[in-house]
Design a protein around this ligand. Structure first.
Ligand code: ZN
Length: 177
């Protein structure tokens, strides 16, 4: 019984009657756009490359507010000049190590005015950059980028365009290694 059923199924499959179950579902898995957003981007400012501790739009102001808590504003606040993503050669300054990729994605702030690049490096929001007297509660956490030590943070493709954050488009962040 089972055998004849299998035979019959096989014949129908051969005849193309059954839609094969392996066909992609209409709401199939989306392309992994999230994976293209580096968790720790490489940022170029003041002629140097730094490894950021978090995604660009999450870099937080280090200033202590009058309530003695850390300012919650972001360095890339509204009204701030934006950098541009680009693919640049991975320059290894020491050693002879051949890297698997020769270009990497870098968020460049080089086109921004000098003062603005200083603001990024001191990691202050627009408001606190204008308030020179405000002290810092945290230390700016730029790490000088080293292509050998930080090779796992080298991305050979540009980040895909971000979708606007909305109630339905939120995806839990995954750790990509
Ligand atoms: Zn601030």
């Amino acid at each position: 019984m089972r055998r004849s059923l299998a035979l019959r199924t096989r014949r129908l499959l051969d005849a193309g009657v059954f839609a094969p179950s392996a066909a992609p579902p209409p709401n199939g898995p989306r392309p992994s756009a999230e994976a293209c957003r580096p968790a720790r981007p490489v940022v170029q400012l003041l002629y140097l490359r730094y490894l950021a501790s978090c995604p660009i739009e999450e870099i937080q102001c280090v200033t202590q507010t009058r309530r003695r808590v850390r300012c919650s504003a972001k360095v890339l606040g509204s009204g701030a000049l934006r950098g541009v993503w680009g693919l640049v050669p991975v320059s290894v300054q020491r050693g002879q190590l051949a890297l698997p990729s020769d270009v990497m994605a870098v968020y460049s702030l080089s086109a921004l005015p000098y003062q603005e690049q200083l603001r990024w490096r001191s990691q202050r929001c627009l408001q606190h950059d204008a308030t020179a007297t405000a002290g810092d509660l945290a230390v700016a956490d730029w790490e000088p980028f080293d292509p050998l030590r930080h090779h796992e943070h080298i991305h050979t493709r540009l980040p895909s365009h971000r979708r606007r954050p909305g109630p339905s488009s939120h995806t839990p962040r995954q750790a990509h290694s």
